[in-house]
Ligand binder design. Structure first.
Ligand code: SF4
Length: 142
């Protein structure tokens, strides 16, 4: 059975959020057709069913428990610390996620190699939290 379509109002709210977060972080949405809309739909669905826009690109053993942490609430910790978007929602002009600030052993670095940040003066408001994030990534993988 396919999941219920999110309400258009929720979709519109998420589209506005994405537009403003792109501007704030100096990123852009993916140039590939349908990529952005699919991620927005996943975020809107989670907002309606869980109350928060939990990242739709991850697996969680317990979604309801996961929303009690802020780690994967969009814009997630990896985005706010490293400017890295797992879902390819916030990317550079070529549709590549920024990996420049990720630790070397992070999956994003291993998949995409080194992708420089075209707008280093923007985004990463939680950049000082990298040490805490790395402890969490080891101890509470999700
Ligand atoms: S990876 Fe992070 S920034 Fe990207 S869609 Fe998921 S929660 Fe949002």
């Amino acid at each position: 059975m396919s999941q219920a379509e999110p309400d258009e109002k929720t979709m519109e709210k998420m589209r506005k959020f994405v537009e403003s977060y792109c501007a704030k972080s100096g990123t852009t949405t993916h140039p590939g057709e349908g990529v952005t809309e699919a991620v927005i739909k996943g975020l809107a669905h989670n907002k309606e069913t869980l109350g928060r826009p939990l990242c739709p690109c991850r697996f969680y053993p317990d979604k309801q428990e996961e929303v009690t942490h802020r780690t994967w609430i969009c814009a997630c910790d990896d985005m706010q610390i490293y400017k890295y978007c797992h879902c390819l929602l916030f990317v550079n002009d070529e549709g590549m996620p920024i990996t420049e600030y990720l630790p070397d052993d992070h999956e994003g670095r291993q998949i995409y190699g080194l992708v420089k940040d075209p707008t280093p003066d923007k985004g990463r408001p939680l950049r000082d939290k990298a040490a805490e994030r790395e402890i969490e990534r080891r101890e509470r993988p999700s």
